[in-house]
Design a protein around this ligand. Structure first.
Ligand SMILES: Cc1cc2nc3c(=O)[nH]c(=O)nc-3n(C[C@H](O)[C@H](O)[C@H](O)COP(=O)(O)OP(=O)(O)OC[C@H]3O[C@@H](n4cnc5c(N)ncnc54)[C@H](O)[C@@H]3O)c2cc1C
Length: 511
């Protein structure tokens, strides 16, 4: 489609602005990736910049917002925290809670409610919230628009004028700047899953995009990994009436802790914004997190001491943990590189088990069946997966108690998480940018190098102000920018600098 025709069609779709000259004068921002990060960036830019912006999101799937995490229809999969921190705009912490109230989710999904009135909403409802919220911001009174281009970016080039994003479909879109919001690395494909059993109908190698309808109710199931996804899948099988045994194995025998049922805000009618202000990210750090130089061990010991103090209180150990994880983006950059590497090597599994907590209803469902012996958590690792004469899957397990064992299963589900080692090679755009030296892998192995304003840093160490990376790909620099709250906060933090870069004004929504 010629650019004039495309422009006309876009103007016809948004209805704003009619006059082409003012359209051409708008600052153009292109966002590559339309998952939560891309959606949050678009909505926050539209709300917080006074001048009209032409925001384009390049995203191959048909909706803006869901990404990998929230595309699911499975009613068992819930958000892993209450509604408050899941606002698309961290500066408007009641936004999602108000949406839930307006939709009557507490009534239509009573299982979402916990004793204090808070909701652990289904992920599919959160998807609807994101899609609706983006839709509501497609055209703003000030002339800002959000346009979805359904394609995949294959390359980005930069010059004094700004950026040009090439699309796989052949088009090239010019803009003043770009956000890179391409999400998590691909899922890990362990060697055991690509050996003799590859292609077996009972092997589920990509659990986030799979339906488990083909798993027989009496099937004996092995879940490899025991993180949040594993628990979600166990709960989903149980909710569908699974009767067979389900064994979840993990190398260290750890599993996610349940989310604290603490009162973050008293239930109120109409609901009030919960008490998750930006101060939790920006407030004072615990003294043990401010050492110079800061060491991973000091941080760990400080957290343990603090957790022991708060464990007996109503807030529980989670309060001590959150005192570090909420402002982690300010603590992690102060750890020298060897300390970061030490923390990832020795503490990561413990961090993950305490940070990524299970919704209480998922935890309760799984524990109830654990009590009957149907669900078993074991400390074990899988070495090989074969197929026997009866076409059953045979797992070669190594356990600390029994050493090597072989056990047959009807279904084996790979929940070993994301493959950080393939974060760049696993995405053709990132692979190309790396080949051209425009991005460089972070030395921790997590994502790419960016500066404290999220500008990408080239292989030769130069910051590129026209391209800002957000979300999981900035984990090496910021530690844990993975959850919705943290990604939204990253965008919020960047907007004043962007406004200054382009001579724009902030609205009062940038509070
Ligand atoms: C299963 C799961 C459950 C989670 N649950 C929670 C939760 O309950 N609460 C919470 O706070 N956090 C949760 N998270 C974490 C967090 O919400 C997600 O990681 C977050 O959605 C990441 O957002 P993102 O936009 O960076 O990535 P994604 O949502 O994955 O979006 C990235 C998008 O980029 C697109 N893309 C990739 N490459 C290109 C390209 N070259 N061109 C164009 N588009 C491209 C993809 O199509 C994709 O839509 C969960 C994560 C997962 C995986």
């Amino acid at each position: 489609m010629g650019s004039g025709l495309w422009l006309e069609r876009r103007l016809a779709l948004t209805g704003l602005p009619r006059d082409q000259e003012s359209y051409m004068a708008r600052r153009r921002i292109i966002i590559v990736g339309g998952g939560f990060g891309g959606a949050s960036a678009a909505v926050q830019l539209a709300r917080k910049i006074a001048e009209p912006l032409a925001i384009t999101i390049v995203e191959p799937s048909h909706q803006i917002g869901p990404g990998l995490a929230y595309s699911t229809d499975d009613p068992t999969f819930r958000l892993n925290a209450i509604s408050g921190p899941h606002s698309i705009d961290v500066a408007d912490p009641g936004h999602f809670t108000r949406w839930c109230a307006a939709k009557g989710l507490a009534q239509s999904d009573p299982e979402a409610r916990i004793a204090n009135g808070e909701l652990f909403v289904r992920r599919r409802d959160f998807r609807d919230y994101l899609v609706e919220t983006v839709r509501a911001h497609l055209s703003q009174e000030n002339g800002s628009t959000i346009t979805h281009v359904r394609d995949r970016a294959s390359d980005i080039s930069v010059d004094e004028q700004g950026v040009a994003v090439s699309l796989e479909g052949g088009r090239r879109i010019a803009a003043d700047m770009a956000f890179l919001a391409v999400g998590n690395p691909p899922l890990r494909q362990p060697a055991w899953a690509s050996g003799a059993a590859a292609g077996h109908p009972g092997l589920f190698a990509e659990p986030l995009r799979t339906s488990f309808d083909s798993v027989e109710r009496d099937a004996k199931v092995l879940v490899v990994g025991a993180g949040l996804t594993a628990l979600d899948i166990v709960a989903s099988l149980l909710a569908r009436g699974h009767r067979g045994s389900i064994t979840a194995i993990s190398r260290r025998g750890l599993r996610p802790e349940p989310q604290a049922p603490r009162v973050l805000a008293p239930p109120a009618d109409p609901p009030q914004p919960p008490v998750i202000p930006l101060d939790l990210l920006e407030g004072e750090l615990p003294a043990y997190a401010t050492g110079e130089p800061l060491s991973a061990l000091d941080l760990f010991r400080g957290m343990r001491r603090h957790a022991a103090e708060t464990d007996a209180t109503e807030l529980g150990w989670q309060a001590a943990f959150d005192a570090v994880t909420l402002p982690l983006s300010r603590i992690w950059p102060n750890l020298p590189l060897p300390e970061k590497q030490r923390a990832l090597r020795h503490l990561r599994a413990y961090y993950d088990a305490h940070r990524f907590r299970t919704p209480p209803m998922t935890d309760a469902m799984v524990r109830a069946r654990e009590a009957t012996g149907q669900v078993i958590f074991r400390k074990a690792s899988i070495e090989r997966l074969d197929v026997d004469d009866q076409r059953r899957l045979v797992a070669w397990l190594q356990t600390p108690d029994t050493g090597h064992t072989r056990e047959a299963f009807d279904a084996v589900i790979n929940c070993t998480g994301f493959d950080n080692g393939r974060a760049l090679q696993g995405n053709s755009l990132l692979a190309r940018l790396q080949r051209r030296g425009m991005i460089a892998p972070h030395p921790t192995g997590l994502g790419i190098e960016v500066d404290m304003q999220n500008r990408i840093i080239t292989a030769s160490g130069e910051s590129i102000a026209q391209i800002r990376a957000i979300g999981p790909m900035t984990a090496g620099v910021f530690g844990d920018p993975l959850g919705v709250f943290f990604i939204s906060a990253q965008v919020h933090r960047l907007i004043p600098g962007l406004a200054e870069q382009f001579g724009l004004t902030l609205t009062s929504r940038n509070c």
